[in-house]
Every structure is written in C-alpha cells, then in structure tokens.
Design a protein around this ligand. Structure first.
Ligand SMILES: [Zn+2]
Length: 338
C-alpha cells in the first residue's frame, strides 16, 4: 500500500494560516502540554467564517483569538463554531468565542452533554463506586486522587459552553461555503466525535480520530467500567477505510494533514493488536492487575501521576477489549488468560 504523504510538511507559524484547500485554512494553537499544539481550521462560509475547533480555554489562546478576530477574520463574522469533541484542547474556547462573536455552537449531542455533566457536577467522580474502581485495579491513592479530580481540571481549561447548541447528527449534510460536508461521528477517543467529509473534494476533517505520528488516547471511563472503547475505535477505523477514498486529504486535530488514510488506519490497527498481544503474553506468565499492566502496554515505567492516570485508562481499554473477546479472565482484580 502506498506511503503516507504530508503535502504540508511545515506547520503554519503561530498566528499564520496555511490554505490547505480553496477557502479552508489550517492554523495551530499552542498547548501547555507534552502535545504542544492543536490544529484548528477556518472555513470561508459565504459572508463569514466557520471555525472548526477552538483551542484550550486559557489566556494565551484568548489573546490569539482576539488578534485573529481583529486581524485575519476582521470584517467577516464568525457564523458557526464547530467543536469536534468535548476535550478542552478542542472545545476550550467555544464558550468565549460564541459569546464574543454571536456564533452558534455545533456539536454532537453526547459530547455536549458530557461536558455539561462535568460543569454541573465536577465532583461526581470523588465518590463511590469510582474511588473503589481505581483502587481495586491496583492504582495508588495518589494516582486515584489525580483521576478523581479530573472534573475540576477539565473546567479550568474551559470557558464553558453556550446554553444552547446545534446538534450535529451522523448522516446529515452541512453546507459550508458551497462545499457539502457529510457529518460523521465516531467513538473510542471521545463519546461521539464529529468528523466532516467532503467526498467531492476528497477532504476529511478528522479531529483526533486518525492522526499521523500519534495514536489517540482510548480510555475506559469510570462510569462505564466494563466499557470497550477500543472495540468501538477499531470498528470506526474499519468504517473510515470502507467509507472514505484512500487519496483523501485528512485534516486532523494534531500534527500534519496527510494523505494515506487506509495505510494509517492499518498502522493504528496493528498498533493496538501489538498492545493486546503484549498483555496476553504477560498474563500468560502470571495474573496481573491493570495497574501492573501499564508498563507492559506502554513499554516503560510511567512515574508522573497524571500520565499514569491516562495510561491506566488506556491500558484498561485493551484489557476490557480482550476480556470481552474471552481472551482474558478477571479474578479479584487480576487478569489471567483463563
Ligand atoms: Zn486533541
């Protein structure tokens, strides 16, 4: 299968935009994390603009948006703000931006409501059965505390969401600047992440569902402890391969736009198979807890409690997937090949 190509290898400089298709601009906003940037897209939309993703709800991003609204976007109103999913690096500035511009927020229902639940009850996870869920999987009190405070951490990176939104539904069509975009949604990384596909121009705004260089975080949520987000994600990659032409330009939420969707989907599928195989090999030696399986899945010991939290949730996604397939059995918090 053909190689993955990066038609725009150099990312746009801070504050600058690259026109990746007529009327469709790629920009980068900084993130204060190890993953140090998020992509946003500006789409010419008749007399105005549609914005896809908004960056983190912090002071630096707000300053950048102020400069954009007074500069590049000046004179053409932002009509629509699309948040591909509820994560703060994508939806963080949505509240501020909609309020400031009068734009409507477009989002999937599940992601809108997920964000709303956290806003209404940021402390919810700090109770049973969630505390026991983490401790029973072998996590330390420190990592558990980190995971349970996720609601408050999330809200510190958000500017809220408008009280009303426009629901994006898979199968519907959204016209933006004369282009017809098919709305697609997929789970695995977020509950109902929105992607927009324009088959005529072979464009896919893919958000974090499929990216070069990194594999999106696939996490089990404490509210759905037996959940199989990895199975959902694997099926979505198969659906992308089946439904989207290989030569499509993929415009992701992080890293470069690329051509080679099918190849990249196969790489990601193989990556998850390898992680599952590593888990099975380790559990064949002796029964292990999910916490003990973290270094097996990631190939290294992770120290930082925040990173351990992410790693645990992702390790458990692989474990639950294997358990569902009957390849692993849990006894008193330890996993065995049966
Ligand atoms: Zn992201």
């Amino acid at each position: 299968m053909s190689e993955i190509r990066l038609p725009f290898a150099e990312p746009p400089a801070p504050g600058a935009a690259t026109e990746v298709a007529p009327g469709l601009f790629w920009m980068r906003l900084a993130l204060p994390f190890r993953l140090d940037h998020v992509n946003i897209y500006l789409l010419e939309d008749g007399p105005g603009w549609t914005v896809v993703d908004t960056g983190l709800g912090d002071a630096a991003t707000e300053a950048l948006w102020r400069a954009l609204l007074d500069g590049r976007l000046r004179g053409r109103p932002v009509r629509r703000v699309i948040a591909t999913h509820f994560h703060p690096d994508h939806a963080g500035m949505a509240g501020w931006l909609c309020e400031r511009t009068g734009a409507e927020l477009f989002m999937s229902q599940t992601d809108y409501l997920t964000s709303l639940v956290i806003q209404l009850q940021p402390d919810m996870l700090r109770s049973e059965p969630y505390v026991s869920f983490y401790r029973d999987h072998g996590l330390s009190a420190e990592v558990t505390a980190e995971l349970l405070s996720g609601g408050h951490r999330y809200l510190r990176m958000m500017t809220g969401l408008p009280r009303t939104f426009r629901r994006l539904v898979a199968g519907e069509t959204l016209e933006i600047g004369g282009r017809r975009w098919a709305v697609m949604t997929a789970g695995g990384h977020a509950p109902e992440q929105v992607m927009l596909h324009c088959p005529e121009d072979r464009l896919l705004l893919a958000a974090d569902q499929i990216m070069v260089r990194i594999s999106p975080n696939i996490s089990v949520q404490a509210m759905d402890p037996q959940g199989d987000p990895l199975g959902i994600y694997i099926r979505s990659l198969e659906a992308l391969k089946a439904g989207i032409a290989a030569e499509t330009l993929v415009l992701p939420g992080h890293h470069q736009p690329f051509i080679g969707l099918h190849r990249r989907a196969d790489e990601l599928l193989a990556h998850h198979v390898a992680r599952c195989d590593a888990i099975l090999a380790a559990c064949r030696e002796r029964a292990l807890t999910a916490a003990e399986l973290i270094p097996v899945v990631f190939g290294r010991v992770i120290e930082d409690p925040h990173q351990v939290g992410f790693a645990f949730s992702e390790a458990l996604a692989h474990i639950n997937h294997l358990e569902r397939a009957g390849a692993l059995v849990q006894r008193a918090g330890r996993y065995d090949v049966g």
